[in-house]
Design a binder for this molecule. Sequence first.
Ligand code: FES
Length: 315
Amino acid sequence: MLTHSPELPTQPAANADKTLTGIVHTPVRHFPTYGLLTLQLPAMQMADLAAGRYFLVRCGAQSEFERLHQWHFYTRQPLFVAGIQTLIAPPVDHADSAPSAPTELWTLHLPFDPGQRKTTNPAFQWLQSLQPGAALNLIGPLGQGFGLHPHSRRLLLVANAWHIPTLFTLIEPMLDLGGHVTLLVDASPSPHVPIDSADMVDAADVVTALIPQLPIAVEAHVSVNPAEFEQELSNAIPWADQICAALFPHQHQSLADQIRKHRFRLESGFAQVLMQTDLLCGVGACLACVVSLPSGSHTRTCIHGPVMDLTRLAQ
Ligand code: FES
């Protein structure tokens, strides 16, 4: 006997169980190193607080009935925020018609495998198959995100090519303040992908795909090897008054070293970093996201991150 309707949701909703129903507005768009999925969600009016935060998305199930019975993707998948756009509600036809609830378009980042131009995660592949109008169940947005300092006007964004979109929502607020934004992208090939592999990422493709996604005022540099990336960092760090980064964990120490080299010390608050860890429960219960800190202690990135000050992550 069915206890829940098998019908698929057709409208965005904030549900009684504190989850959200999102409706696919634009299916996954493919870029060389990531995908972007745009959902229609109930309006949350938190655009200023979204950078570096994530949703846990239930995959393989659309209706409440499917959520109860289909468990081939039993863990929710973390998708980070890459854009928010408020939708203008259509005019109400009749005076006695109820106005439709306000909604927003949230674009979420679907990461590809590091060093590659595709995902092998079956749950992400399921997300790639969704068409407009498909329903998704989400929890979020979760976690501590990036924060722009009130007096910052020269923002340096630093990312590897696979995680650039997690920084996108920082750009417009800084430009709106009259500030400047520089984006440095490390598109170095992964040592794990053979040089002649069809999955190898071409830096020229990254540039071609990236430029149309950025406001014209953003200065972007894409580096094709670690030495070039280090040189770009050397040029930009003295100029910046705040850094927000989405790098692989093994790059955090070298970013800290570069900052010390060019500014003599790494001050708390100067550089924030989006930690890349496994995020399963999002509430501190499963310990999947625990990372070791140079201080010798451990922390749960879902609670105390995923955006953390670089002084906590590097010596
Ligand atoms: S994701 Fe479960 S404890 Fe952090």
